[in-house]
Design a protein around this ligand. Structure first.
Ligand SMILES: Nc1ncnc2c1ncn2[C@@H]1O[C@H](COP(=O)(O)OP(=O)(O)OP(=O)(O)O)[C@@H](O)[C@H]1O
Length: 266
């Protein structure tokens, strides 16, 4: 497995505002994802977490504000350009069912392939060499994400948790410097959740990338995140370590004013 030798660039979100008709879904939201860190976005339903992910991945264009990855301005770029600049994402509700694990991971490598359509169709020697390199890398990513023994298996035969991790591994196959994980454990049982936490730790340690996480499972957020940004009605109401935001009065108020059930309330 290749280990990143340079830190990924900082991801800086500055004063991002998104409006849908009369509704301000994000209101001058700013936060910074430190290189190599896990940064969680949390908040009650409708707080603007998905909208924020959609801005980061180019699916939603902000009315104002900027998103920068190091020196690159990602604001308003098309999704494929943002992916090419090193920001990959998983989707909350997409669970792959077609092809083998290898097929899905090779789709993730496609954007990195230099071979043109004609050369690929003719299976020229340099194309076959390139394919072998991509396949070896896809296999290494499958090992890292706990899917190595399933590499040649049809995805449809895997458990739900493994299928969700195929989506995760496919995003890693883009060799991102920032990975956007949208509810990576939604719908998983306790064992699958624990496994996913281990995999995120392993990926981060091995690949050194930054992770931005939207997740309702507060236990997982507390175990994984270095920093947390709390959104409420489109505003960033708190930033800090998991312990800092857990004790923040405004955060407790946002979560129905109790705070007692924080582990479940988000
Ligand atoms: N395409 C859209 N058109 C109109 N309103 C939208 C659109 N997408 C989101 N919204 C609204 O923007 C606000 C923020 O929604 P968003 O989905 O970003 O919140 P969220 O924090 O991800 O919520 P959840 O935890 O329920 O997924 C909500 O009031 C939502 O109804």
């Amino acid at each position: 497995m290749t280990v990143r030798t340079t830190a990924p660039p900082e991801l800086a979100v500055t004063d991002v505002t998104v409006r849908f008709a009369g509704l301000t879904a994000l209101d001058a939201v700013s936060f910074t994802v430190a290189p190599g860190s896990v940064h969680a976005l949390i908040g009650p339903n409708g707080a603007g977490k998905s909208t924020c992910f959609n801005v980061l991945s180019g699916l939603c264009r902000p009315a104002a504000g900027t998103v920068r990855l190091g020196d690159a301005d990602l604001t308003r770029l098309a999704p494929h350009r943002i992916a090419a600049l090193g920001v990959a994402r998983t989707f909350q509700n997409i669970v792959t069912t077609q092809g083998t694990v290898a097929d899905n991971l090779m789709l993730g490598r496609h954007a990195l392939s230099r071979a043109g359509f004609a050369a690929s169709a003719l299976r020229l020697p340099h194309v076959r060499r390139e394919q072998r390199v991509h396949l070896a890398r896809a296999r290494a990513i499958a090992e890292l994400t706990g899917l190595g023994h399933h590499f040649d298996n049809p995805v449809a035969l895997l458990s739900y948790g493994d299928r969700k991790r195929v989506e995760f591994a496919r995003a890693l196959c883009l060799e991102p410097s920032v990975l956007l994980l949208d509810e990576p454990v939604a719908g998983m049982n306790a064992a699958e959740r624990a496994r996913t936490v281990e995999v995120v730790h392993a990926v981060r340690a091995e690949l050194g990338l930054s992770v931005v996480l939207v997740e309702h499972d507060m236990g997982l957020v507390m175990r994984l995140a270095d920093e947390v940004t709390v959104l409420d009605f489109g505003r960033a109401i708190a930033h800090g370590t998991p312990d800092e935001v857990r004790g923040d009065p405004e955060v407790l108020r946002a979560y129905l004013g109790t705070g007692a059930d924080q582990e479940d309330a988000a």
